[in-house]
Design a protein around this ligand. Structure first.
Ligand code: ADP
Length: 265
């Protein structure tokens, strides 16, 4: 017989009586694997044709087709968008296929400074970007994946905050010995009923506004997966008109005291 996966649940009914529920979830897991493979294959197959379309569109100069200039512009935008969606889907597939990531010592100061520079570049001087380092400890995790996850949060904070607003990046110690990276903005905010669904693939609060911002609707899904692989969680605080704070919360086992400087006492 093929390998079977069982889910066991023990329910206590009374002092001296319990119920053991055994469920065969093999079929469910197989279907989940089929879904994953399908998404990964489709994304991979779309990559080449998209590269070709993109390449040819880039070869056409707007002056060559003056009457189609706005159409050319729109075609380029949409092909770039499609490429971004495919890349994000591939990133998600890659993350889903892993059960562990490298554990590197990450110095948070340069990382936060790099993120603040990304925010400033995207904002083009329209927002105030602040960095607050309340915890001097290093984080243990994958530099590449965490940078991309934090970068998603920072990009959203700028995108969904009108000009004149503020974006704050804060590295902060938690009472239980862990730490959090908080990305706070003074933007539109999000109505409570949407919060539980924000990390679903393609879920967006206001489709028209979100689409204009150029995102793919996959950013927070990626963030959730990266954090799960670090046994960390995403906390979202937001209210319409009051801005949003997205926090990545890490357990104490992920934190390291900074290395002593050579020559320091
Ligand atoms: P997108 O590419 O649309 O930004 P995400 O997965 O990153 O996709 O975010 C999902 C949705 O959550 C966004 O479309 C937006 O509606 C909402 N959202 C995310 N971050 C913020 C924020 N800082 N302020 C307000 N809304 C946000």
């Amino acid at each position: 017989d093929a390998e079977r996966h069982l889910s066991l649940r023990l329910i206590r009914r009374a002092e001296d009586r319990s119920l053991l529920v055994v469920r065969d979830v093999s079929q469910l897991l197989r279907l989940e694997q089929v879904r994953r493979d399908f998404v990964a294959n489709v994304s991979h197959e779309l990559r080449t044709p998209l590269t070709v379309v993109h390449g040819y569109l880039d070869m056409i100069e707007p002056e060559q087709v003056p009457e189609y200039e706005s159409i050319l512009h729109e075609l380029r935008n949409q092909s770039r968008r499609m490429t971004q969606i495919v890349e994000d889907l591939l990133t998600l597939s890659r993350l889903e296929a892993r059960d562990d990531l490298p554990r590197e010592r990450i110095n948070m100061r340069p990382l936060l400074l790099a993120l603040s520079r990304e925010a400033a570049a995207l904002s083009q001087g329209q927002h105030t970007v602040l960095v607050e380092m309340d915890d001097g400890r290093d984080l243990l995790g994958s530099t590449k994946e965490l940078h991309s996850a934090f970068s998603n949060l920072v990009t959203n904070a700028v995108r969904y905050t009108p000009a004149g607003g503020q974006v704050t990046l804060r590295w902060q110690r938690e009472a239980d010995g862990g730490a959090r990276l908080a990305v706070a903005d003074t933007g539109h905010g999000i109505p409570a009923q949407h919060l539980p669904r924000l990390t679903e693939r393609f879920y967006r609060v206001s489709t028209s506004r979100s689409r204009e911002t150029g995102g793919t609707g996959l950013g927070l899904s990626i963030v959730k997966h990266v954090l799960q692989l670090h046994q960390a969680r995403l906390e979202i605080q937001s209210a319409p008109g009051a801005g949003s704070t997205f926090s990545c919360v890490f357990g104490h086992e992920r934190l390291l005291e900074p290395l002593a400087l050579a020559g320091a006492p």
